[in-house]
Design a binder for this molecule. Structure first.
Ligand code: BGC
Ligand code: NOJ
Length: 813
């Protein structure tokens, strides 16, 4: 049989994915930066940088949907005689003697070799710094002295990434730069309202530069053959208007065996209003000089890199599993946790599928993302919870998204997604269970960011629950509002106008009967959590009140939400069933199966088991479980965007990976370890790495949002990689429900659900001020802990009580 083409492999020891062929089936990217300054970088060094907000504070320019795809980025051109090449192959695409891209934890190293020269670039954003380091090492591996011409390249974005792409009548006249020594400063709009500028520096003397794009590239040339580079002559151009860029020109001579480092630094600076200028029209560069001085030698940069690596060591040391199964261990210990952090940082804003201009931080998205990384940096989760809750309204409703730069609710997107409030409980409970920090409940949090409107966070949780109870429909099930988790199930929108967005067009909720079984399940799950929390903090009356609401919801689901073999999905505006055997298409949906089985509604009557079996029977296919089945084959005016997608894509019967874990958790709660595992392994990237190389096409080290479903024209194609709730849900599922290590208020609950074939494994878990080494002996059981021995003494029940210090735990199933 013909050997399948491979583009890379995992290197677990270094926690890297190693790409060995630059022509991956789609750009395979990585993320740099952990707090304020962020970059996206592809395996050929494409991508861009921004400060905090990919829309409002874009530092370098990027053109989406380009031809070729992924054109533009941070490029180094090496001119060696008549040969011009790039270490990352693009944009010149000169065939290389060697190519390798190593994507690691917040860094990327790209190495190319050509004609005896090795060029290796390490890209990373140092901790707490507003800058991207690009450490380029040139090495002469030939036996003769080489004289090279080196050109760097970055293209500035005029800050607002949206207007940068459209307002050319203005943009072509505003661009301004300054050049000082080896530093090129970008200061467009600094003369007026901006107090920030960017710079591109190199720690070496330069022999020339360019700052005007057309002068450097030539109007009829391309990134692949910039005139200045091809002729080996910088123009020393000074940009006024048009498109400012930054390019250094350096002449390098290397003896045989000699190597030399160049530290390039892309930095971002903010100045106080009164300190903006050092002379009329001249920017105050003090802070830039200081930042440069911190990173201007190989030693300093290596130290900053070592700190970044230690940071990741510490983060990944909090939960570590050893099962002996490399494919599982690498996802749990490295890549799933890494993706969770990236998703938390970027929400759904900036990827090669999200332009960074369309979406801010989602209310529900952020609460879910939080669960993926709360064990790593609880203080950031705490802050995020407060930020999110601050965009809530007094009736419990909330903005669907907020902008990270201002932390204000985004009016363009609005609200009315009736699942949103419940997610605040989901996030907050996860935070308290991890940290034991109940004080967050007393934090004073405003409504809609209005000073003076503050109430406690607990009050926000209460009104979140109330929002569901206060918005029940004719079957006493939750009204869906604009939509629930499925943004595209728009049951109150009725649009025939292609110029309307399904997400924002009028929500005709007056007189609606549209109810959601997904929210019903979500309400029961989070309601139970809320009740337990209330009991924990002595609010018994409130616990009792909510328990009754939860019980009523369970009854409503059993009475009006069961279709015979599975849970219904919804009722439409007119009160007609959606996701029923009676429907022509889309007879069954995954969301309500996931949430109602997680809520264990009707388990005692066999509903859960039937629903899980139906998922296997109707939703499962070789790449995972589809969202609905069969797909909609036509647009249904009463259902909205869901039926706008062609069959098998996105919310119309795509494998929307995000919701597969819900069913897997349902399986785990039901004790069906074999089924849970087989669903899980189907969408676990390392398990289907081969498939990623050819069929899924997107990065094999992370989950993507969507894999085309069985009804698609091309089943199995992956899209929307990286920024997806799948990351947090995969983590939550494997760490807490499959491997069974679940933080709880008073300790760690141990309750694995495994395939029969599972063998002994060990989890090292740091938890608050304690550290547990937990060894599980499954003995062929799928579920059920028989005995827990803590530091040599048997424990009653399944919770290891929390106590400071190091402990050993033996668990027999
Ligand atoms: C997509 C959804 C997304 C929504 C909001 C829809 O077109 O299919 O997945 O959540 O837009 O941006
Ligand atoms: C992507 C959105 O970010 C998420 O909030 C939503 O739940 C899913 N799409 C499903 O529509």
């Amino acid at each position: 049989m013909e050997q399948q083409k491979r583009y890379g492999h995992f290197d677990d020891q270094h926690r890297e994915y190693v790409i060995t062929d630059p022509q991956t089936p789609w750009p395979w990217i990585n993320y740099l930066g952990n707090e304020d300054f962020f970059s996206l970088i592809s395996n050929t060094a494409g991508g861009y940088s921004f400060y905090k907000d990919a829309k409002f504070r874009r530092i370098t320019r990027y053109r989406y949907n380009n031809v070729p795809m992924d054109n533009g980025g941070r490029y180094f051109y090496i001119k060696d005689g008549d040969t011009v090449w790039n270490p990352g192959w693009k944009p010149c695409k000169t065939p290389l003697d060697f190519y390798e891209c190593r994507h690691g934890m917040s860094y990327t190293r790209i190495t190319g070799k050509k004609n005896g020269i090795e060029a290796s670039v390490l890209f990373f954003v140092p901790l707490k710094k507003w800058a991207e380091v690009q450490k380029l090492t040139l090495k002469n591996e030939s036996s003769e002295t080489k004289s090279l011409k080196l050109f760097s390249f970055e293209e500035w974005c005029l800050w607002n990434a949206a207007t940068d792409m459209e307002n050319f009548q203005r943009n072509f006249s505003t661009g301004e730069v300054e050049i000082e020594g080896s530093t090129i400063y970008h200061k467009t709009e600094y003369r007026e309202r901006r107090n920030h500028y960017a710079f591109y520096h190199v720690n070496a003397e330069i022999q020339g530069f360019d700052t005007d794009r057309e002068t450097f590239v030539g109007l009829y040339n391309e990134f692949a053959d910039p005139q200045a580079v091809m002729e080996g002559k910088p123009r020393n151009s000074h940009a006024h208007g048009w498109s400012p860029i930054a390019s250094h020109y350096i002449e390098v001579t290397l003896k045989p065996g000699e190597s030399r480092d160049f530290v390039f630094l892309l930095g971002y600076i903010e100045n106080e209003q009164e300190k903006k200028f050092s002379a009329p029209q001249v920017i105050n560069k003090e802070k830039a000089h200081a930042l440069i001085a911190e990173l201007d030698t190989t030693e300093k940069v290596d130290k900053a890199f070592a700190e970044l690596c230690e940071y990741w060591d510490a983060l990944l040391n909090i939960y570590k599993v050893k099962t002996g199964n490399d494919k599982l261990d690498r996802m749990v210990n490295i890549w799933n946790q890494y993706q969770c952090m990236v998703t938390f940082n970027f929400s759904r804003s900036a990827s090669f599928f999200e332009s960074g201009v369309g979406r801010g931080m989602g209310f529900r998205d952020s609460n879910q993302d939080l669960v993926g990384f709360v064990h790593q940096i609880p203080p950031r989760a705490r802050q995020r919870i407060i930020d999110i809750a601050s965009t809530q309204f007094p009736d419990g409703g909330c903005y669907h998204q907020y902008q990270p730069l201002t932390k204000r609710g985004n009016n363009d997107i609005g609200g009315g997604f009736n699942d949103d409030p419940c997610w605040l409980i989901f996030g907050t409970v996860a935070y308290i269970k991890e940290t034991g920090d109940f004080s967050i409940l007393d934090e004073m949090v405003p409504f809609d960011n209005q000073p003076g409107s503050e109430v406690t966070l607990f009050e926000h949780l209460k009104i979140s629950m109330n929002h569901v109870i206060n918005n029940l429909g004719p079957h006493m099930l939750p009204l869906i509002g604009r939509a629930d988790w499925n943004d595209c199930l728009n049951l109150n929108c009725f649009s025939w106008d292609p110029n309307e967005s399904f997400q924002t067009t009028e929500n005709v909720s007056e007189g609606t009967k549209a109810e959601s079984l997904m929210i019903a399940g979500l309400f029961v799950v989070t309601g139970k959590d809320y009740v337990a929390l209330c009991r924990k903090i002595g609010k018994d009356a409130e616990a009792e009140r909510m328990q009754q609401a939860v019980d009523a919801m369970i009854e409503a689901v059993k009475k009006h939400g069961w279709d015979g073999e599975w849970y219904l999905r919804a009722y439409d505006f007119y009160g007609r069933k959606i996701g029923s055997n009676e429907c022509d298409e889309a007879k069954i949906f995954i969301e309500s199966q996931g949430w109602c089985t997680m809520a264990e509604i009707g388990a005692e009557d066999g509903l859960v088991a039937k629903s899980l079996d139906s998922c296997k029977k109707y939703l499962e296919c070789e790449h995972g479980m589809v969202l609905n089945n069969p797909a909609f084959s036509k647009y249904i005016y009463e259902y909205g965007e869901i039926s706008s997608y062609p069959e098998g894509y996105k919310e119309n019967a795509g494998i929307f990976c995000h919701n597969n874990p819900w069913v897997i958790i349902g399986e785990c709660l039901a004790g069906r370890g074999n089924d849970a595992w087989s669903h899980y392994a189907k969408i676990l990237p390392s398990y289907v790495e081969e498939k990623y190389q050819t069929l899924h096409k997107v990065e094999p080290y992370v989950n993507c949002q969507m894999v085309a479903g069985k009804d698609a024209f091309k089943p199995g194609e992956g899209k929307n990689s990286w920024l997806t709730g799948t990351a947090a849900w995969m983590w939550y599922t494997v760490s807490e429900f499959i491997l069974g290590i679940k933080p709880d208020y008073d300790g760690i609950r141990i309750d694995p659900c495994l395939p029969e074939t599972a063998t002994d494994y060990t989890v090292n878990r740091k938890f608050r001020e304690a550290e547990y080494e937990i060894t599980i002996h499954p003995n062929g059981a799928q579920k059920g802990v028989k005995q827990i021995v803590l530091d040599g003494k048997p424990v009653d029940g399944t919770v290891i009580p929390y106590s400071v210090g190091k402990h050993t735990v033996e668990v027999t199933m």
